[in-house]
Design a protein around this ligand. Sequence first.
Ligand SMILES: Cc1cc2nc3c(=O)[nH]c(=O)nc-3n(C[C@H](O)[C@H](O)[C@H](O)COP(=O)(O)OP(=O)(O)OC[C@H]3O[C@@H](n4cnc5c(N)ncnc54)[C@H](O)[C@@H]3O)c2cc1C
Length: 392
Amino acid sequence: MSSYLPRRDLETHLVENQPPPLGDYNAFSDDALIRSGAVLSCGAETLQHLTDFGAACGSQEAREQGRLANENPPKLRSFDRYGQRLDEVEFHPAYHALMALGLDAGVASRAWTHPGNGHVAHGALMLLMTQADCGVTCPMSMTYAARPALSASTWADEAWTPRITAGRYDPRFVPADQKLGATMGMAMTEKQGGSDVRANTTRAIGLGGDEVELVGHKWFCSAPMSDAFLTLAYEEAGLSCFLVPRWRPDGTRNQIEIERLKDKLGDRSNASSEIEYHHAYARRIGEAGRGVPAIIRMVQHTRYDCMLGAAGVMRRALVEAFWHTAHRTAFQRKLIDQPLMAATLADLAVEVEASVALSYRLGRALDSGGDEREAAFARLATPIGKYWITKR
Ligand SMILES: Cc1cc2nc3c(=O)[nH]c(=O)nc-3n(C[C@H](O)[C@H](O)[C@H](O)COP(=O)(O)OP(=O)(O)OC[C@H]3O[C@@H](n4cnc5c(N)ncnc54)[C@H](O)[C@@H]3O)c2cc1C
């Protein structure tokens, strides 16, 4: 949409005392709240990378893509015009542009390709991506978080880790081994049980070895165009974790039917869906009957991203609040100079600063490798941080 020289001298009134457009800014180098704490000790190469990404995420162009991706939400294409099943989701080009922006910059991969400070850098990348759009951070987050769960099985690690850490966005709907990079989602929640995944009813029917076919439904599957999902299903040994690819090993479409897309309050650029498995091909990850411990490794890292996502949204709102109050006058003063408004903005800034600091602190714990004390801290701080920051 063009905002070039809009008419302000209208027949009935003059449009005045409105802020100018926010314009381009660098969401990293111009932002003392995001460019702070642990991230400052990540080294020159990382800081340069974040500065470049910050310029892209703070640009008017990226915000415009965010607007377009949310105002033109994804559409489900269940069938082609001849009645054959597709089960695909169609996105506005702005969504693809934002996915490429983030995945190509390593939002989902850098934590694993840059050990030592990768999780802190991932934190900054997530905060920056959120300044352009939040919806796309959902598939990015799940792709990032899947990595530790994959390591529960050698075959999964060898086949899928290189794909999800490739740092490339490839939107083509083709088998993952033909793509430059892959994304991964998760499907745990069922109608009768969300938090309580032991109430799941999806069944795994053995095909021999660790291969199965799944029959059942999932009530929440965000990012259904992911190349694979980690999912939970019951088999004889109990609840197990499986990797379900969108394509079967013989190159045909896996029987994952997308029932409908969720009509959500926010997060509209992202396509959360309800799905059914109709003898969908899958392979077990980790031990049979130990599905929760396997998938919880993924959940742990998505919780870190819930902290970052919420902190990022608050930061984005604060940017708008500062800009607006710095340019609007009420009672002969700029709003930002009115003592009560200044106190309100300061309160909000403290919330953001604390959220970002806590997130980076957790990132540092995740980066600490085998340190027992840091691992114990991460175990406690992750759910508490997610609870606290999302509530704020
Ligand atoms: C935008 C969005 C995207 C999502 N994407 C996915 C996805 O990709 N894959 C997926 O598997 N799921 C996804 N979910 C689903 C999400 O994981 C579930 O909503 C979540 O696990 C909670 O389950 P529930 O909604 O069934 O709530 P319930 O489990 O029914 O809980 C209802 C309420 O009770 C509280 N509660 C639960 N247990 C207890 C307890 N023991 N003591 C006290 N209070 C309790 C909960 O905190 C909650 O407030 C998504 C949800 C949203 C909103």
